[in-house]
Design a protein around this ligand. Structure first.
Ligand SMILES: NC(=O)c1ccc[n+]([C@@H]2O[C@H](COP(=O)([O-])OP(=O)(O)OC[C@H]3O[C@@H](n4cnc5c(N)ncnc54)[C@H](O)[C@@H]3O)[C@@H](O)[C@H]2O)c1
Length: 309
């Protein structure tokens, strides 16, 4: 019998890509999403989908017979999290506790959950409500392990990019933001200090290689893994890559940075993941090309609103 895997946040960026990989690897996939950010059309055919909220206690019945849970659902637009700390905690803290509770009550073998590099991008970021909720998430996993012996793997992603990244949100992640500018024919925006504002970008398929390993490799249980490329790129380097891929002749405008927004360098220490055999395989330019193709297809289908970001 196939192993049964449940994915929360299955209609989102990472979740929908993961579900596709799980199905093609022969797993039975159950998916949960309340579709606040995710799209039903992104859920691959073959997923047993339930439009449900992770805060709802009734989700427990969906965990019956599940072997492994990937808990990815979250409120994760940093600015939206700052605007509504209470909802951030309700979804990311209480909702996560509810997922772990359902998993332990139904005897799930392992919960793999997404945490974030926001926990290691300086004090200001750490005191943001999104990061606070992810700290709590990591402690909840440890708490469920200590109290109930529920095995977990914590996967701390850095900046994940690739097809189906959510470009629709009010504050799209930087690669999507740059591609939207290209599609609109508008100059991209950099902020003062952009040379010192660096992030570690990791392609979604590379993340999902690790997720698949989490299912079968019990050495990973109880550990935290940072997933990035192991290289950080400044915002102008990111723009230069998008520009090359798109064949654009636009040049960026540089605007003053907000006082509370200090440039930081994000760089993943991927040694723990490397020690268990994981390697990021995708060159940045190839990943950006795949994301660009995805967004130009969306644009051609009339789905992308441009000129507003
Ligand atoms: N994308 C990144 O760069 C990145 C980096 C670090 C961590 N993460 C984490 O990875 C996970 C997946 O991120 P993503 O980029 O795929 O985000 P996403 O927004 O595309 O997907 C999250 C999904 O969760 C769903 N969701 C939100 N609230 C829910 C609720 N109450 N009940 C049920 N479903 C709900 C949304 O509708 C969405 O489909 C998140 O936990 C995020 O915090 C992402």
């Amino acid at each position: 019998m196939n192993l049964k895997v449940l994915v929360t946040g299955v209609a989102g960026f990472v979740g929908s890509n993961l579900a596709e990989r799980l199905l093609s690897s022969g797993y039975d996939v159950v998916g949960i999403d309340n579709l606040v950010y995710g799209l039903r059309e992104q859920i691959p055919a073959g997923v047993a989908f339930h439009a449900a909220d992770i805060r709802d206690r009734d989700i427990q019945k969906l965990f019956r017979g599940v072997d492994v849970v990937f808990h990815l659902a979250a409120k994760n637009d940093l600015i939206a999290c700052q605007e509504d700390p209470v909802e951030t905690m309700q979804v990311n803290v209480a909702g996560s506790a509810n997922v772990f509770e359902a998993a332990r009550r139904e005897g799930v073998r392992k919960v793999v959950f997404a945490t974030s590099s926001a926990l290691e991008e300086g004090e200001a970021r750490l005191n943001g409500f999104y990061a606070i909720s992810k700290v709590a998430n990591e402690r909840i996993a440890a708490g469920y392990h200590q109290a109930f012996g529920l095995p977990f793997v914590a996967v701390r992603y850095f900046n994940v990019y690739g097809p189906r990244q959510d470009y629709r949100r009010a504050h799209p992640p930087v690669i999507s933001a740059f591609i939207l500018k290209v599609l609109a024919g508008e100059a991209p925006v950099l902020f003062d200090g952009y040379q010192n504002n660096k992030r570690d970008f990791i392609y979604v398929d590379d993340i999902n290689d690790f997720h698949l390993q989490c299912i079968t490799d019990d050495r990973l249980t109880g550990n935290l893994y940072r997933l990035g490329s192991g290289q950080s790129l400044s915002m102008d380097e990111v723009w230069t890559t998008v520009k090359a891929v798109a064949g654009s002749d636009l040049d960026p405008v540089v605007l003053p940075r907000g006082a509370a927004d200090t440039p930081t360098v994000g760089l993943a220490d991927i040694s723990a993941a490397a020690a268990v055999g994981w390697r990021p395989k995708t060159a940045f330019i190839d990943g950006v090309r795949a994301q660009y193709e995805y967004m130009t297809n969306e644009f051609a289908a009339g789905k992308v609103k441009v000129g507003t970001k």
